[in-house]
Design a protein around this ligand. Structure first.
Ligand SMILES: *Cc1c(COP(=O)(O)O)cnc(C)c1O
Length: 443
């Protein structure tokens, strides 16, 4: 018989279900499998930690999002926000579901092109569009959303070089009652800067043509009312540009920003009760647009959602690599995944589930990542059963912004798999090796 290693006895407070003022304690739910595939098996095969995406969930979300808008609006075109998650396999699911690409850099533009998206199905946003990238995008027919005046100058020069009229759209910021207003992008509507920029475009001796107006209000916008106001204001501006400046206006783009079922830090209730769904956003946006354009049909509507479409389809499976008792008596679990992979842990309390059933006796623990850095904390407080080295946990939802903002710091980045709708598991990104990283260095 193997002798177990000696562990000094400590007295720990156990939590057996006492209610607090917000109701009962939420016990950790065990999550053994995703779409019928055992997480433990995936960890064995692809290593730990491991990002896992569900194709079934992705498509379900994409369909319900389209349904919410297409059932209410005559011409709706969804676009996929690349920066939210630009793994090609994820982007391709959205493109197959009919989404165009929305990119915010030259790099993302190239990624979309390599994914087979034609230029005329790409919306090019962002504050930095290098001249050559802008010129390529123009010549390939991309929808250019202007962020600042220097870009208008660049576009005029491009129009001269290409000897053509360049169609452009204007990004605007507006006060919709949600603060702070994101004024750093585009031109402010309230100050008149937006109208001034529109004049520049319209008075460019035919070099530029103003065809659209765009605004991305913010992210994780919990108030549909902001979109209601935003849709009204942007419609009025659209009509003003058409009438006063005779601009050949074609479309309105209301950006992204819808919430996902993530739990913001500092909220007590599970978010399901307080978060708006796609129908609630769609209802107020479409009604606002119909009202503003009545009795005429409103123009085509573009949206650029990211987070709301992908977050809940992504999971991060991780393993406990050690445990310790802090001087305060609190238990700490050290995981092989930390803030290097979970950039968004700054704002969100991810759900944490053991991947195997265990005892009901739970304890409030802190989850540390693997980095040799004091701030590498995944959760400050979470109720978990007794767990030890080698046990697995899964964190979710983590599908939005983590696999783009992850960093190669101290640790290398892990593999990513997708559980396909037919139940097969496909590795969509292999884990990094030291050679990958060394290959970019020159000696
Ligand atoms: C990031 C971004 C989006 C996507 O935002 P979500 O909050 O993830 O929906 C859309 N449009 C622009 C211009 C963005 O920068």
């Amino acid at each position: 018989m193997n002798k177990k290693p000696y562990v000094r006895p400590v007295i720990r407070r156990q939590f057996l279900g006492a209610a607090n003022k917000f109701g009962g304690l939420s016990y950790p739910e065990t999550l053994t499998s995703i779409d019928g595939v055992k997480i433990e098996t995936l960890l064995e095969k692809y290593g730990s930690p491991l990002f896992i995406f569900s194709e079934t969930n992705l498509r379900k979300k994409a369909k319900s999002y389209k349904q919410a808008f297409e059932s209410r609006y005559p011409q709706f075109q969804p676009t996929w926000s690349y920066k939210t998650n630009y793994l090609n396999a994820i982007c391709k699911v959205f493109h197959e579901e009919g989404f165009w690409a929305e990119v915010v850099s030259s790099f993302e533009y190239q990624k979309a092109r390599k994914n087979g998206v034609p230029g005329n199905r790409i919306i090019f946003n962002g504050p930095y569009k290098p001249y050559e990238a802008l010129k390529t995008a123009v010549s390939e027919g991309a929808k250019i959303h202007v962020d600042h005046l220097d870009e208008i100058r660049d576009l005029m020069k491009i129009a001269e070089e290409l000897e053509q009229t360049v169609e452009v759209s204007l990004r605007i910021s507006m006060d919709t009652g949600t603060y702070p207003v994101w004024t750093r992008f585009g031109f402010s509507l309230e100050t008149g800067h937006a109208l001034e920029a529109a004049r520049r475009i319209c008075h460019s001796n035919g070099k530029l043509a103003l065809i659209g107006v765009h605004s991305h209000l913010g992210t994780f916008m919990m108030e549909p009312g902001a979109y209601e106001k935003g849709a009204k204001k942007i419609s009025e501006f659209f009509l003003q540009l058409k009438k006063e400046l005779k601009a050949p206006m074609q479309y309105i783009d209301l950006g992204g920003g819808f919430v996902s079922a993530s739990k913001l830090k500092g909220t007590y209730l599970s978010n399901a009760n307080i978060l708006p769904n796609f129908d609630q956003y769609a209802e107020v946006i479409c009604k606002s647009l119909f009202d503003a354009f009545s009795p005429e049909e409103p123009p085509p509507l573009f949206l650029e959602s990211g987070r709301a479409l992908v977050d809940e389809s992504g999971y991060l499976a991780t393993s406990i690599v050690g445990t310790k008792t802090l001087p305060s008596g609190k238990r700490a679990l050290i995981l092989d995944a930390g803030v290097n992979l979970l950039y968004t842990s700054t704002w969100y309390d991810f759900k944490v589930s053991p991947i195997k059933d265990s005892t009901k006796a739970c304890e409030d623990v802190i989850l540390y990542g693997p980095l040799c850095m004091n701030i590498d904390i995944v959760r400050e407080n979470v109720l978990l059963p007794n767990m030890g080295k080698g046990d697995g946990l899964v964190l979710y939802p983590v599908g939005a912004y983590n696999v783009t903002q992850w960093m190669q710091f101290i640790e290398m980045r892990p593999a990513v798999v997708m559980i396909l709708k037919n139940g097969e598991v496909k590795q969509i990104r292999r884990k990094e090796t030291v050679d990958d990283i060394n290959s970019m260095e020159v000696e």
